[in-house]
Design a binder for this molecule. Structure first.
Ligand code: LLP
Length: 430
């Protein structure tokens, strides 16, 4: 199986950044998420290089929902990244990680009054999702005697080749304002005293393995930019969102790079903004493609069993990685302590959760397994830990980060006491 260069096989063991996964599992216990910080840095730099070489004003915003660990956000902040934030929690994380408010865009289709107040207070830009929200934000800004810079989230009504649950720019999606109604929305915003419309924003979906849909989105966005410029809107940025996919099937999926994306999208973008006579910043919001392949989930085989098929029962389930259960997502698996053994036996790798759908990897050819073997689930850095839960009262596992030859915890494992810590005893049970 093709592996990115931070993953290697030596003497039968899988290594990440040169560190033995079996030793990491022994030291920190399983289940365990392990991230290569070097890989995250490398992916960020490849975005910056691909876009920076073709357009002078580019801002890369990390989609914090993909992986909200502060250690990762800090590493990205140090490189100059901003963030797409989708909640007040993500706003706090981004600021704590050292990102500057000017580089943050508060997205979301359902913001609370408290979210809007916080956005105003912290001076971040807001991607406004409806006219109702626009007026609430204007009122919040007026109350704080401030002006808020906004974009509208455009719904470009584009079909994209991905799982329907993660296509976000369909005409029927809950996100954004239909593209035909966008000029009217800006007119409305220009009439709001405490609102300054300075950007436009879209995001067409996630795990998209073709560049073509992004080109079509860019076409829609520059067409709108022209209309808005003609109306007198001074556009400071155009945000094309995130969405570039990664090859979860290592040997067969296409693997479009930031370079491929930039080479196709930037000419359309540049021609469009030149036609408007403006040079706005180009913003992009990658999540998955920055962090997914940096991380593996190590999980131990508790037992094996032959029933109607062979099962490997491991200690991580959809409590820690919900993507297979939720989107039928495919993740490669490697037996970390038998990484060069022949793949002789078909197993379905199942988690410990009390649900039939708790399957991490169905019908995979693996070496003969025994209790105690360590399985690495690959490409789990995006929407892995970030979507974890305590279902079945299972404490979430620790996360380790590796930089060069150093390894350290970036999150301790929870204990059962963490699970009960927020529970209260109502008066009548005292
Ligand atoms: N910007 C906005 C406004 C978004 O809604 C998203 C993702 C991104 C950026 C980042 O997209 P990315 O580059 O990561 O594709 N949990 C799903 C993915 C949901 C994506 C939601 N929005 C999964 O595990 O596949």
């Amino acid at each position: 199986m093709k592996l990115a260069h931070h993953l290697t096989v030596e003497n039968g063991h899988l290594k990440i950044n040169g560190q033995d996964c079996v030793a990491l599992a022994e030291k920190y216990g399983t289940p365990l998420y392990v991230t290569s910080e070097d890989r995250v840095v490398e992916q960020f730099e490849s975005y910056r290089k691909a876009f920076g070489a073709r357009y002078p004003k580019v801002q890369v915003l990390f989609a914090a929902k993909a992986n909200g660990n502060l250690a990762i956000m800090r590493a990205l902040a140090k490189l100059g990244a901003g963030a797409d934030i989708f909640s007040s929690g993500e706003l706090h994380l981004a600021l704590e990680a050292g990102m500057t408010p000017e580089k943050l865009l508060f997205n979301g289709s359902s913001k609370t009054p408290a979210d809007l107040k916080l956005a105003v207070e912290k001076g971040v830009k807001v991607s406004v999702d409806s006219l109702d929200e626009l007026h609430q934000l204007d009122a919040a800004a007026r109350a704080a005697e401030k002006t808020v810079k906004i974009a509208f989230r455009v719904n470009p009504a584009l079909e994209v080749p991905t799982h329907p649950k993660i296509a976000t720019g369909l005409a029927t999606s809950k996100f954004g304002i239909p593209h035909k109604e966008i000029p009217a929305a800006y007119r409305e915003a220009m009439g709001c005293k405490n609102i300054q419309p300075v950007g436009i924003h879209c995001h067409i979906g996630s795990q998209i393995l073709e560049v073509e849909p992004f080109v079509r989105a860019a076409e829609v966005m520059v067409r709108i930019a022209k209309e808005l410029t003609n109306m007198g809107v001074k556009l400071e940025f155009i945000d094309l969102g995130g969405g570039l996919g990664i090859p979860y099937h290592h040997d067969t999926d296409p693997s479009p790079s930031p370079e491929d994306y930039a080479a196709k999208v930037i000419p359309v973008f540049k021609a469009g903004v030149e036609a408007c006579g403006i040079t706005p910043e180009l913003w992009i919001e990658p999540g998955r493609s920055l962090v997914a392949d940096s991380t593996i989930l190590l999980t131990r085989v508790n037992s094996t069993k032959s029933a109607h098929k062979r099962f490997a029962n491991v200690d991580a389930g959809f409590n820690l990685l919900i993507r297979p259960a939720m989107y039928d997502a495919y993740h490669e698996v490697i037996v970390a302590n038998k990484a060069d053994a022949p793949l002789t036996t078909e197993y379905t790798v199942t988690g410990p959760i009390c649900e039939t759908g708790d399957i991490l990897a169905p019908d995979r050819k693996l070496p003969e397994l025994a209790a105690g073997d360590i399985i690495a689930v690959l490409d789990t850095g995006a929407y892995g830990f970030a979507m974890s839960s305590q279902y079945n009262s299972r404490p979430r596992c620790p996360e380790v980060i590796i930089r060069g030859t150093q390894a350290g915890l970036m999150r301790r494992g929870e204990t059962v006491a963490d699970i009960t810590a927020t529970m209260e005893r109502p008066d009548w049970q005292r």
